[in-house]
Design a protein around this ligand. Sequence first.
Ligand code: NDP
Length: 485
Amino acid sequence: MSLFEYSPAPESRTVVDIAESYDLFIGGQMVEPQDGTRFKTISPSTEEVLAEVAEAGERDVDAAVQAARVAYTRVWSRTSGRERGKYLFRIARLVQERARELAVLETLDNGKPIRETRDVDIPLVAAHFFYHAGWADKLGYAGLGANPRPLGVAAQIIPWNFPLLMLAWKVAPALAAGNTVVLKPAETTPLTALAFAEICQQADLPAGVVNIVTGAGETGRLLVEHPDVDKIAFTGSTEVGRLIAASVAGTAKKATLELGGKAANIVFDDAPIDQAVEGIVRGVFFNQGHVCCAGTRLLVQESVVDDVIDSLKNRLGTLRLGDPMDKNTDIGAINSAVQLRRIQQMSEVGEAEGATRWSPACTLPERGFWFAPTVFTDVAQTHRIAREEIFGPVLSVLTFRTPDEALAKANNTPYGLSAGVWTEKGSRILWMAQHLRAGVVWANTFNHFDPTSPFGGYKESGYGREGGRHGLAAYLVADETEVSA
Ligand code: NDP
């Protein structure tokens, strides 16, 4: 129940100019697709068509890879780290200057609340470019010898949950290390990547160092399978990750895959309940639950489960769902009709399997794609909602009695991307962190991101790391002459 009502505080749309139609960014220019196909991108909160976007076919992907190859051979691999760093600093500053516009554009195209794009996504985008700008002339300290070399042309494929942030995670380390890139944004969220193309032009980045090909899954497949690509960096579903792993097997291409997750968020009985509840909310309802590392399996020590659930329900009653452009909104729109259907279906499965479903009273807007925050209690480990990634605002609650049981349940998943631990005891945090099979373990917090910190998974959550020195190393190779010397 709300304590008091807020008046609407909508962010202005006038800071963005959305064109009717967008071409592909190849060789430093916006170029028409060679086969002329286009698709529409819509606002998930209103279903309004925002723009038409080019769909890159085989010849377009080939032109983009060629442009990246030429830029790599003739320009970027010969540009000093110090110079590359200057371009990255320039991009970071341009992102900051255009932050409000980028936040509005992201919110319109993705459906996530303006508060998140403005305070989380876009500041982190700038932070990634700043951080990697600093690395560009210090690659000799990345742990790969004094003169590590770039890999060449990187094909980068990103999902729709953090469109510009995922672009930054991919593009910034690649460029700092001296690679050139061809990036494919997700079909439902291409607009901020196209704004980034403009930023590359504004920064005078040499032509072909960054190329952006919009399209659907088929464009992604063409890019992955292109023979002149040296490295693939992918974030998305485990299913597509498997296809990519199969496609690169037996080739010289390197790959990093950042895939799904089903993270455990573990609350011990000595945890401060109010803080833990904030962390649970942040863990699974941030970005409508469209987060690969979301804490979707809440494991609560049995003795405090009633208190935790009561506090959680009270807190969820205060969340505001609705217009993502309103600065008061906590929960925005689901990114697409397809994703909404998947969330609905998985929630129906949860009920059919015997779990108890609960949502706070909230009115869903008539147009657009919406799903109320949902909590399932009485969940068993065998239930599909406890095992499969839902990628929506849906939490499954399980209980445990001892730390060993918590650990066994947390690790009982094919995934291994992240986990959270809530307890007052430092020794328990260290013990859990040591034994949890997860790439990131947050202690008394959740969903905190920083460019200096490596992020990535175990098992079906993929391989390779992004961020920090480890992420940078995924775009470099040691100089062989140095190694043999
Ligand atoms: P996908 O894995 O299909 O999409 C991720 C990216 O890969 C998109 O750019 C997509 O293009 C592209 N792509 C699709 N097929 C291929 C292919 N064969 N070869 C190369 N690239 C391809 O995820 P979805 O958007 O379909 O989401 C489905 C489920 O995946 C979600 O419900 C969620 O569970 C999970 N997911 C996980 C993410 C994560 O960060 N771990 C992110 C997104 C989804 P396009 O968008 O144009 O189809």
